[in-house]
Ligand binder design. Structure first.
Ligand code: ATP
Ligand code: MG
Length: 185
């Protein structure tokens, strides 16, 4: 694993980590899978290209779900069913939503995420201000590209460290030590 920083925090509060590259962001998503279970909602916030889908790819791979997590144009929500584990059991599905083009709660309602919520981990990119209506508990994850993070002369303008902040909201997350996510990042 590349890089990593010390978490700034006490259990149950906000944790901030640095993710030096896309691989670290995927690894963070994978570590997150270890905390998540069916019924959980994750709201991802961050500018275009901040790494929301990249994080969800790591999460989907670690959950062991069918299909590639991607951001295809015109597809707002995609359900990735669980693949059978080695012991034959099934984990949660991953429901991956990109709410960028959704303008209203009514449009989110039309996706009927309620019907899959209980058996799935539901991840909503651009979900802030909309997806909170789905359930009382959620993980809020913010991805930020710090100013000046792109090295001078870097070939890839997308490259560079991301700062991720995680906050648990609701009883589900009370007392859960999000700092446990730190060593992998
Ligand atoms: N530290 C990093 N974390 C995440 N992505 C990174 C990092 N460094 C470089 N990248 C690159 O930045 C891009 C992030 O794109 P991604 O689709 O994950 O962003 P997004 O937040 O989902 O964007 P959108 O708002 O368009 O959905 C990818 O090409 C990825 O490889
Ligand atoms: Mg995306």
């Amino acid at each position: 694993m590349t890089g990593g920083t010390t978490p700034e925090l006490a259990p149950g509060e906000t944790v901030t980590l640095e993710l030096p590259d896309a691989e670290a962001t995927r690894a963070f998503g994978a570590a997150l899978a270890g905390l998540l279970r069916a019924g959980d909602l994750v709201i991802l916030t961050g500018d275009l290209g901040a790494g929301k889908t990249t994080l969800t790819q790591g999460l989907g791979a670690a959950l062991g779900v069918r299909g590639q997590v991607a951001s295809p144009t015109f597809i707002v929500a995609r359900e990735h069913p669980p693949l059978p584990r080695a012991d034959g059991t099934l984990g949660p599905a991953l429901v991956h939503v990109d709410a960028y083009r959704l303008g209203s709660l009514g449009e989110l309602d039309a996706l009927d995420l309620d019907s899959t919520l209980d058996e799935s981990v539901t991840v909503v990119e651009w979900g802030r201000g909309l997806a909170e209506a789905l359930t009382d508990d959620r993980l809020e994850i913010d991805l930020v590209r710090p100013r000046g993070a792109v090295a001078l002369g870097a070939e890839d303008p997308e490259a560079g460290v991301r700062r991720v902040t995680i906050r648990g909201v609701g009883r589900r997350w009370a007392g859960i030590d999000l700092a446990a996510l730190a060593p992998i990042a």
